[in-house]
Design a protein around this ligand. Structure first.
Ligand code: HEC
Ligand code: HEC
Length: 483
């Protein structure tokens, strides 16, 4: 049903008169099968292979983390952490800590939710959109990406291209140079070798050979095939259109939503202007906006500021300039991709840096972005007990626990940007979000609307985690055992 038709019905519905009288914008039409990759029905053999790969730590250099560790289907497809602890960590969700082996640093951004990630409308992936289609054919892969000319051909979708990258990230999955051959290949910019090494690992496991044959027929196993399977799995597993809001848009049963939710809809599509950016069926315009969300943690290691470097001796730059690091256009400074809001109540902490740990606080941030940024007093980032750093040089790198003097400089990364007036002001100045004045009651109504975007079927999805994975390693997250 179109928004206009819905509104016409609403006008006739006296209980909803408040909504009908508002000058609300167009309500979206929920997505249908053909709006998803493979028209919503990929080959089950491809999906099953993707499911095994998604939860199998075999894809990480040190065989200690899977995609599912950070994208846990029962934790809103995230990890409940502001910033993930990647390879070298132990435990799950809010209990995740660094393991005995230690970590070299934080994952710089919040793990993105994967709901409806198989929708064809996605034009880019990652918070800064650094993976995009390449319609002009500059690269043979068909994608602009951090893999540049190394990215191979044969990737069936943008989502498949995305799956090529987590395995290359030293802090997420690959590990450090010298620890394993995949990490060493990455460190030496031999990306094709890194993917080939992982494909060889898979081809040495009989159960994977069977799964790849079922999905692709006979022939050599490639990491491109693995990526295509991961995309097929994510697309169907995390598809979600069952929230009360979407069901109401589909069947017109308006009584399902409470008066507060309707007032929230009224504000969202009206006076609060949320749909300027959170538009369409996924409540995102798939575009980039600077809205002054505070940076927590060490950032992406770029930007022009060298003050931390001078203070600490670590050759790091800490600002996360968002979309700017992809386009180098001034208007993209500190802009991040508008997130989809379907299931948003399940996906906290919120913001690209996980800065906000309640829905109310992230909504309030939108209402007064600049003062919210300046008044922000930090979040509890997960504690890093064991931090290691390389000593020695060349191929003879040895990782040792960081010494106490360097540790204190290391820890100052977490708050460096927020505690520096000049750097914080750069984020504030870039913001293009207009302040809006709402009462406490109205904020609660907006939050009630956001909660009506939760699909009850997505709250608990441990059924997706296989009891065993072909490598014989323990699936991550741990499966829920049959009673
Ligand atoms: C250590 C935690 C971690 C692991 C492991 C991990 N991810 Fe992620 N994922 C993230 C983070 C953090 C981001 C956002 C990164 C950024 O914007 O720079 C992300 C982004 C994504 C996105 C983009 C979503 C969007 O809306 O743009 C997809 C898809 C994804 N991950 C899938 C995967 C798959 C598939 C795997 C396994 C091959 C995987 N992830 C492994 C943390 C992780
Ligand atoms: C100018 C565009 C714009 C407008 C208008 C806007 N948002 Fe956002 N919203 C964003 C962007 C961009 C982000 C992500 C920012 C980041 O990660 O740094 C975001 C993040 C969010 C989040 C956190 C989602 C997540 O997964 O982390 C919520 C909730 C949200 N917005 C709700 C709202 C509400 C409610 C309104 C209306 C009061 C609104 N937004 C208006 C652009 C906008």
């Amino acid at each position: 049903m179109s928004g206009q038709a819905l509104k016409t019905i609403l006008i006739a519905t006296t209980a909803l008169a408040a909504f009908a009288t508002a000058e609300a914008g167009e309500l979206p039409t929920p997505l249908k099968d053909t709006d998803y990759l493979y028209d919503g029905a990929p080959d089950p053999a491809l999906v099953e292979l993707g499911r095994m790969l998604f939860f199998d730590p075999i894809l990480s250099g040190n065989r200690n983390i899977s995609c599912g560790t950070c994208h846990d289907p029962s934790r809103g497809t995230g990890d409940d952490l502001a910033l993930s602890i990647g390879e070298g960590g132990e435990g799950f969700g809010a209990d995740r800590r660094t393991g005995q082996a230690g970590v070299t640093g934080r994952v710089p951004r919040n793990a993105q939710p994967l709901y409806n990630i198989g929708a064809r409308s996605y034009r880019s992936f990652f918070h800064d959109g650094r993976l995009e289609p390449d319609p002009d054919g500059v690269f043979k892969s068909g994608f602009w990406s951090p893999g540049r000319e190394h990215l191979p051909e044969g990737l069936e979708s943008l989502l498949a291209a995305q799956a090529m990258f987590p395995v290359l990230s030293p802090v997420e999955m690959a590990g450090q140079k010298g620890e394993n051959s995949v990490a060493t290949a990455v460190a030496e910019d031999r990306l094709s070798d890194a993917w080939d090494l992982l494909a060889r690992r898979l081809s040495e496991i009989g159960a994977y050979r069977d799964l790849f044959r079922a999905a692709f027929g006979p022939g050599d196993i490639s990491f491109v095939q693995a990526a295509n399977a991961l995309a097929a799995f994510q697309g169907v597993a995390f598809r979600s259109n069952g929230s009360p809001f979407e069901r109401t848009l589909r069947d017109g049963d308006f009584a399902r939503l409470s008066g507060d939710v309707w007032s929230g809809i009224d504000l969202f599509y009206g006076r609060a202007g949320c749909d300027d950016c959170h538009a369409g069926p996924l409540l995102t315009d798939h575009s980039f906006h600077a809205i002054a969300v505070p940076q927590t943690g060490p950032g992406k290691g770029h930007g022009s500021d060298t003050s931390y470097w001078r203070m600490s001796g670590f050759m790091d730059r800490l600002e996360d300039e968002g979309r700017f690091r992809v386009t180098f256009e001034k208007e993209d400074l500190f802009a991040f991709r508008t997130p989809s809001l379907l299931n948003v109540a399940l996906t906290g902490p919120w913001g690209h840096s996980g800065a906000y740990d309640t829905l109310e606080s992230v909504v309030r941030h939108h209402l007064q972005p600049e003062s919210s940024l300046h008044e922000y007093d930090g979040t509890d980032l997960p504690k890093l007990d064991h931090v290691i750093e390389p000593t020695g040089q060349g191929s003879r790198l040895i990782f040792r626990p960081i010494n106490p003097a360097r540790r204190s400089a290391f820890d100052r990364r977490d708050t460096w940007i927020q505690s520096n007036d000049r750097l914080r002001n750069r984020i504030a100045d870039a913001s293009d979000l207009e302040a809006v004045d709402l009462s406490d009651r109205e904020v609660a109504q907006l939050v009630a609307f956001l909660q009506s975007l939760t699909d009850p079927a997505m709250r608990e999805r441990s059924d997706l985690v296989p009891l065993k994975v072909p490598s014989g390693l323990s699936p991550q997250p741990p499966p829920r055992r049959a009673p």
